[in-house]
Write a protein of this length. Structure first.
Length: 92
């Protein structure tokens, strides 16, 4: 089963919530995804935290275990031709 975790779940995991950690650790790392939006939200929160260096380090460790890291999604978006195209003229 694949999971795409949201920002709140990531924060619970980073704060060592036992229920969330247990559930995540039951999964294979390849089955846990982290979107670029969630990663951006977490990085913004880390930068604003009271200990940004420590929080950023924890975030790096956490995101390294997930299947969809930022670099992975960037690579996929460059090779994907599924982006919608518009045939309608642009409005001004």
């Amino acid at each position: 089963m694949n999971f795409l975790v949201d920002t709140n779940i990531c924060i619970y995991a980073l704060k060592q919530n036992p229920i969330v950690l247990e559930r995540l650790l039951e999964q294979k790392p390849v089955d846990v995804g982290l979107s670029v939006i969630t990663e951006a939200e977490l990085r913004t929160g880390a930068a604003k935290s009271t200990s940004p260096t420590r929080t950023a380090r924890l975030l790096e460790i956490f995101s390294a275990r997930s299947r969809f890291s930022t670099s992975c999604l960037r690579t996929r978006s460059r090779t994907s031709s599924s982006a919608p195209s518009s045939s309608a003229p642009a409005r001004r």
